[in-house]
Design a protein around this ligand. Structure first.
Ligand SMILES: CC(C)(COP(=O)(O)OP(=O)(O)OC[C@H]1O[C@@H](n2cnc3c(N)ncnc32)[C@H](O)[C@@H]1OP(=O)(O)O)[C@@H](O)C(=O)NCCC(=O)NCCS
Length: 213
């Protein structure tokens, strides 16, 4: 009984120290890359977040990649694995520590979220989902399938609602990675960010993107 209590205590201390180190590494990167992550957010080791991304309220992130300039509301949950369901027991500590059997945690299936994505409040993104650049995920969605670039999806399970822009415009935008520009270049091209992409002529847009310096 005493041995078990001591072992549990040491495990808790080790876990806390590991989390402190992970949190410190994350905080340094967030500062360097102008990333805002709401206090209280769980950011697992292995989470990579791009420049200028904002998470407004506490969220829970298992290993995943999140691109640059992603706008995230609150209470986002990203999961990167499922429990194995084919065995008698499904709870991992019991399986590994008490019974001594192999883990019932499945392999990692990374979630990758693109750049310039908007994620509404209280969204759950399930293991292995890929979210394309410029996508929008409506509040309260449970995302079980990949989301194409510039699509708007919503619901549980999240379904395609509409494209953000006409499809010829989305075709022109493919590969246009403004999120990798530095701040000076973004400012120099301010006019591009004021174009209404729901009404623009795709040929005009293509010409303007070619001229962007
Ligand atoms: C996704 C969203 C942007 C869509 O806005 P919109 O383009 O104005 O869409 P509409 O209100 O015209 O709805 C279009 C359809 O999608 C549905 N829909 C909209 N949002 C939805 C959501 N979150 N989940 C499920 N369905 C949704 C509507 O019911 C409607 O369906 P219908 O055509 O069958 O009636 C908005 O609904 C949303 O969820 N915003 C997030 C707000 C938020 O969380 N902000 C804080 C974070 S920064």
């Amino acid at each position: 009984m005493l041995r078990r209590t001591v072992a549990q205590f040491l495990r808790a201390v080790r876990y806390r120290n590991r989390r402190r180190l992970v949190n410190l590494r994350h905080r340094i990167r967030f500062y360097r890359d102008d990333i805002v992550v709401a206090p209280g957010t769980h950011v697992a080791k292995g989470v990579v977040i791009g420049r200028g991304t904002r998470i407004s309220e506490p969220s829970y992130l298992e290993p995943c990649t999140i691109g640059s300039y992603v706008a995230i509301g609150g209470r986002l949950t990203v999961r990167s694995g499922n429990h194995l369901m084919q065995f008698l027991n499904i709870e991992n500590d019991l399986q590994v520590r008490t019974i001594g059997a192999p883990s019932v945690l499945g392999s990692r299936q990374m979630v990758n979220i693109g750049n310039s994505v908007w994620i509404g409040d209280s969204v759950i993104i399930l293991p292995g989902v890929q979210v394309g650049d410029g996508a929008v995920i409506g509040a309260g969605s449970v995302v079980t399938r990949d989301v194409p670039a510039y699509a708007l999806v919503g619901g549980a399970p999240a379904r395609f609602i509409r494209w953000r822009f006409p499809e010829p415009v989305i075709a022109v935008l493919a590969g246009f990675d403004w999120w990798n520009w530095d701040d000076a270049r973004l400012r120099r091209n301010r006019a591009l960010f004021e174009i209404d992409l729901t009404t623009v002529d795709p040929h005009d847009l293509a010409a303007r993107l070619r001229e962007a310096t």
